[in-house]
Write a protein that binds this ligand. Structure first.
Ligand SMILES: Nc1ncnc2c1ncn2[C@@H]1O[C@H](COP(=O)(O)OP(=O)(O)OP(=O)(O)O)[C@@H](O)[C@H]1O
Ligand SMILES: [Mg+2]
Length: 362
């Protein structure tokens, strides 16, 4: 016999896709009526006109029929929460999930930066985030390049985020939660902000965004060591900094200054990524050292950190800027995709070392 309780139990499998919690735990299930083998369910969504209606229309019948196979029809009615109910739910989510950067948060933060512009920070950030996601980690990607944001375009994550009771929901793209200042301003309009505004925007993009308890938050930093880097180091004192350089002399020297500066403001340098390190010739499959050898390892040695990856110059990565998916997903067969997968695996290994309790404490 189909019972109301069994239907509710089966609804536990349905998560609100933005809040990442079961609709039962979020108190969204309003009525469940069983009439023979037919079931009527009323769900109260967090906001009226929720863009996720299609998702619920699909997920709810699926979950009920998976949990109660005798059910022949599911009638779903979608309503929306009152303002009070919404505030309570969001308040509860805010209390239960520590903010990224707080000492109780389990999210490991990886800031991808460099000294110079154009060395491949965004390319590394996006592909590292995707490679970590492919390994099964829950990943957030924050584009902190306020003036030069590029992540929405690179990932096709150009929509405007939903805001529920002052809590901003990141855009879901390729299995990751993504957010950029580009999701708030029209595509081609400049962001003309100075120190205090920048500080405030970054604070909001960390504290007022539902990053949830991600395993990783990868941050695409703006070039150089300006206001944004200093603000982030204050908000995120536990962040790891990944320094991207190219093999060119100038990039290496500027990256060294950036690395030292990051150490000065208290960020932990996790290592160096040498981008455009080699060129793989399509005909001979050999890696050519077009721009010289050893810049990445020299830099790593000077900063006393590991050289974590050498990413080759590859056409697939160049076309990603106007693409809508990370190269590690669209071209997993390329050498750069393999290197990004190795980088993700090294980073994941580092994190397990960091989190492993000391033998004395176990
Ligand atoms: N390994 C690579 N192979 C081929 N092209 C690459 C590679 N890395 C980056 N590129 C290309 O170089 C350009 C700059 O890369 P990207 O935007 O990632 O750099 P950035 O450091 O984030 O730049 P900015 O300082 O402007 O934010 C892009 O067109 C990108 O596609
Ligand atoms: Mg960039």
């Amino acid at each position: 016999m189909i019972t109301r309780e069994a239907v509710i139990e089966s609804l536990r499998a349905v998560d609100d896709p933005e809040l990442h919690r079961s609709v039962v735990d979020l108190d969204m299930v309003r009525h469940v009526v069983v009439n023979g083998t037919e079931v009527s369910v009323t769900l109260a969504l967090t906001i009226p006109g929720c863009p996720l209606k299609d998702y619920f229309n699909r997920a709810v019948p699926q979950a009920v029929q998976a949990g109660c196979p005798e059910v022949t029809a599911v009638h779903l009615e979608l309503t929306s929460m009152s303002e009070d109910e919404r505030s309570r739910v969001i308040g509860d989510v805010r209390v239960r999930v520590p903010k990224v950067g707080d000492s109780e948060s389990r999210t490991r933060i990886i800031a991808v930066g460099s000294g110079k512009g154009g060395v491949g920070k965004s390319t590394v950030a996006v592909n590292l985030a995707a490679a970590l996601t492919t390994r099964g980690h829950k990943v957030g990607l924050l584009d902190a390049d306020i003036w030069g944001f590029s992540v929405p375009h690179m990932l096709g994550a150009t929509g405007r985020p939903t805001v529920v009771d002052d809590l901003i929901m990141p855009i879901e793209a390729h299995g990751m939660s993504v957010l950029s200042i580009g999701n708030f301003v029209p595509e081609d309009s400049p962001v003309v902000w100075r120190g205090p505004m920048l500080h405030k925007a970054l604070e909001q993009m960390l504290a007022d965004v539902h990053w949830d308890d991600r395993d990783y938050l990868v941050i695409d930093m703006p070039p150089g060591t300006g206001d944004v880097s200093i603000s982030l180091s204050q908000y995120l004192p536990n962040a790891d900094f990944l320094l991207v350089t190219t093999p060119h002399d100038t990039a290496e020297r500027v990256a060294l200054r950036a690395g030292r500066m990051m150490e000065k403001v208290g960020m932990r340098l996790a290592g160096v990524v040498e981008n455009m390190a080699t060129f793989v010739c399509g005909d001979c499959s050999t890696e050519h050292q077009l721009f010289g050898i050893g810049a990445g390892s020299r830099l790593a040695e000077l900063l006393d950190v590991p050289l974590l990856a050498r990413i080759p110059l590859e056409p697939a990565l160049t076309s990603q800027v106007d693409g809508t998916a990370p190269t590690v997903l669209t071209h997993p067969e390329t050498l750069s995709a393999t290197r990004f997968a190795e980088l993700a695996s090294t980073i994941a290994g580092q994190s397990s070392l960091v989190r492993r309790p000391l033998p004395l404490l176990t």
